[in-house]
Design a protein. Sequence first.
Length: 215
Amino acid sequence: MIDSVGKPDLIKLERSFYSKNAVRLSIDLLGKYLVHSMGDKELIGKIVEVEAYMGISDKAAHSYNGRRTERTEVMYGEEGHAYVYVIYGMYHCLNVVAARKGIAQAVLIRALEPIKGMDIMAFNRYGDTKKELTKKQMINLTNGPGKLCKAFNITKEYNGEDLTGSRLFLCRDKNQEDKFDIVETTRVGIDYAEEAKYFPWRFYIKDNPYVSVRV
DNA sequence: ACTACGATTAAA
DNA sequence: TTAATCGTAGTC
C-alpha cells in the first residue's frame, strides 16, 4: 500500500473562484473538497452533488422576491461565505454564497464522498458504535444535505463563515484534473416552487455512490 | 402572540 | 408512506 495513493494534495480556493452565478459555481464545485479543521482533527469530503439557488427570481430560493431576513442575510453578502440554516427543526444545510455582494444566490451542498476522518464522521452520525462500519453506514455518512452537516458537525455556528478562512474551507486538488461526467437534473424537495421545480439546477458526478437521489 | 410549514431523514 | 420536531417567517 503506497501512502500517497488517493490522498489529494489540497490548495485552498481563492475568493475569485466564487465570483460567478450559482449555476456556474455549482458545476465548478463538483469534485472540490470541503475541509473542516478542528484543532488537531480534520474532516475532508469531496463534493459530489450540488444545487443552484438563483436568487430573487428563483421561486425555490429563500431569497425569492428579494426576501431579506435575519436568516437570508448572509446570502446578500460577500461571495465565498457559508449560508447555514436549520430545516425541519432538526437538520442543518450548508450552502456556499455565490455571485457578489447584493446578489442573493447560493449553492446547496447535497452530498460528499468521505475522504478523511470517517471515524469522527461516524461518531457524529451514529454515536459510539465501536464496530466496523457496514457498507450501508459508510454510504449514509454524507449522502444528503442534512447528513453531511451532522457528519461534519456543521451548525449555525458556521453561518456566515468565510470559506477562504481556516476553520471551514474549500479546496481543489493540485495534482488532479476535474475529470468526470456531470448529470444535470431537477432539484429535490421543492414541490412548492411552481415552474422553478422543473429547472435543471441540480448537478452531480455520474455514477458516484454518495449521491443522495439518482434520476 | 399565534400559526403554518419546510432546499430532510429514518422508520414503518 | 409517514411521523418526527422546531426554527423561521408571515400574520394578527
